[in-house]
Design a protein around this ligand. Sequence first.
Ligand SMILES: *[C@@H]1O[C@H](CO)[C@@H](O)[C@H](O)[C@H]1NC(C)=O
Ligand SMILES: *[C@@H]1O[C@H](CO)[C@@H](O)[C@H](O)[C@H]1NC(C)=O
Ligand SMILES: *[C@@H]1O[C@H](CO)[C@@H](O)[C@H](O)[C@H]1NC(C)=O
Ligand SMILES: *[C@@H]1O[C@H](CO)[C@@H](O)[C@H](O)[C@H]1NC(C)=O
Ligand SMILES: *[C@@H]1O[C@H](CO)[C@@H](O)[C@H](O)[C@H]1NC(C)=O
Ligand SMILES: *[C@@H]1O[C@H](CO)[C@@H](O)[C@H](O)[C@H]1NC(C)=O
Ligand SMILES: *[C@@H]1O[C@H](CO)[C@@H](O)[C@H](O)[C@H]1NC(C)=O
Ligand SMILES: *[C@@H]1O[C@H](CO)[C@@H](O)[C@H](O)[C@H]1NC(C)=O
Ligand SMILES: *[C@@H]1O[C@H](CO)[C@@H](O)[C@H](O)[C@H]1NC(C)=O
Length: 362
Amino acid sequence: MTPLLFMLCSGVFHFTLANRLRIFRLCEECNWEDALNRCNERNESIITLYDEKDVNFTESFIKNMSTQNVWTGLHIGRNNVSAWSDGAPLTFNMSHANVANGEQICEAIVNNTWEGFNCSDRKPFMCQKDNSYFLIKNEAKNWCQAHQHCRRYYGDLVSIRNETQNQQVIKKGNGATFWIGLMHDEWKWMDNSCSTYRRWEIRDKDEKCTMLSTIAMLPSMQTQACDNVQQPLFSKGSVRIIVIQKKLNWEQAFDYCKAEHTRLLQIEDAEDQKAIEQWLKYSNPNVNEKIWIGLRQSRVFGFWIWSDKTVSYSHWRNNTMPKMPLSNHCGVINRNSYRWSDENCLLQLSFICEEDIIYMKN
Ligand SMILES: *[C@@H]1O[C@H](CO)[C@@H](O)[C@H](O)[C@H]1NC(C)=O
Ligand SMILES: *[C@@H]1O[C@H](CO)[C@@H](O)[C@H](O)[C@H]1NC(C)=O
Ligand SMILES: *[C@@H]1O[C@H](CO)[C@@H](O)[C@H](O)[C@H]1NC(C)=O
Ligand SMILES: *[C@@H]1O[C@H](CO)[C@@H](O)[C@H](O)[C@H]1NC(C)=O
Ligand SMILES: *[C@@H]1O[C@H](CO)[C@@H](O)[C@H](O)[C@H]1NC(C)=O
Ligand SMILES: *[C@@H]1O[C@H](CO)[C@@H](O)[C@H](O)[C@H]1NC(C)=O
Ligand SMILES: *[C@@H]1O[C@H](CO)[C@@H](O)[C@H](O)[C@H]1NC(C)=O
Ligand SMILES: *[C@@H]1O[C@H](CO)[C@@H](O)[C@H](O)[C@H]1NC(C)=O
Ligand SMILES: *[C@@H]1O[C@H](CO)[C@@H](O)[C@H](O)[C@H]1NC(C)=O
């Protein structure tokens, strides 16, 4: 083992047990099974990729450690290829989807019939709580984001168990096209999270594990024999960091994150701060120096708050909390120093959202 890798694995980056924001760690090479065991020791997971931003981050993170291929958490082994988002197997079956070639397929109702689509397509969707149905038609989301939205505000995406219910759902849909809770997939991510990201370059039917390869111009996913050795990339934490390039004032950024993701970024402890530093450093977003975070000052009392809690941990510039009456009332993180400072809430700046990861039930 080289000294660098030894350091990486022996915890120079100290991980406490409960991380909120996702943070990454590259480990020395091993087969997929061993990677799995190492994860369990430290409550980590082999990484899940959610989108191209994740892939770009991963590429620059591992290239910095002079590595080009890493194990990813995707592997064959979903219990039932076809299952509802609440974990139930497909019993009442109106699906025509061709699942034989191993693609991830999600079902929508189109013109009153079930039809399979690429799960990363954005569509309206129908949520269910007990025996009530809610058609969300003003927000088009990919299947996993729709799943997340339903879990957060209702119960789950709608799942259909018999013809009576099918007719009720169709009636409620009133001719619209919308996602329902059925996903076909023979692959699952190690941490069981919901992700619609796939960009296969090589997919060999006999191999059950996967890696991300960054050797070619565009990074891509490739199947691998599970007993090959490879460096695993581990992650920890259940909240993703999402940098939005678009420029908005603080209030608009706050609303945007709430609608599109979960909330404007909160940095609640030193682990969160480390995670955001790591993400900004390697994801290298195309944004200016100052980036909105969910930090705001009470104009009446002068203390600083996150959207739903007071600020306890802090990382202010010069270690100095901006005080009234000279302060501006909204908070940014500075891209290079990673320090926080105050800004006029009406400035149009890029911003950082956070998104709760949604886990599958099967
Ligand atoms: C990822 O990186 C590629 C190549 O550098 C770039 O073209 C692409 O825009 C990046 N994607 C995102 C979402 O940042
Ligand atoms: C990795 O990042 C460090 C710190 O930014 C930098 O000094 C080093 O040159 C980078 N290494 C490679 C191989 O890119
Ligand atoms: C898989 O689906 C079958 C019916 O299609 C069901 O009997 C079985 O319980 C399901 N397995 C799991 C683990 O959900
Ligand atoms: C559902 O029906 C389709 C089409 O008849 C069939 O190909 C598929 O295997 C069925 N799925 C299950 C889980 O029974
Ligand atoms: C919907 O279905 C009806 C009857 O099957 C058909 O006449 C109509 O063209 C379909 N509409 C679309 C948009 O596919
Ligand atoms: C699904 O759509 C995404 C983005 O449009 C694309 O990259 C991917 O290849 C598609 N997947 C399949 C199976 O067609
Ligand atoms: C259809 O399924 C729903 C939901 O599981 C259930 O409440 C209802 O009793 C079922 N209806 C029939 C006719 O089986
Ligand atoms: C392990 O990580 C999960 C997901 O990030 C978290 O919910 C759980 O509390 C962690 N367990 C411990 C013992 O820290
Ligand atoms: C913070 O420190 C910088 C450089 O160290 C200095 O130029 C600046 O005046 C300080 N700001 C405040 C508010 O103390």
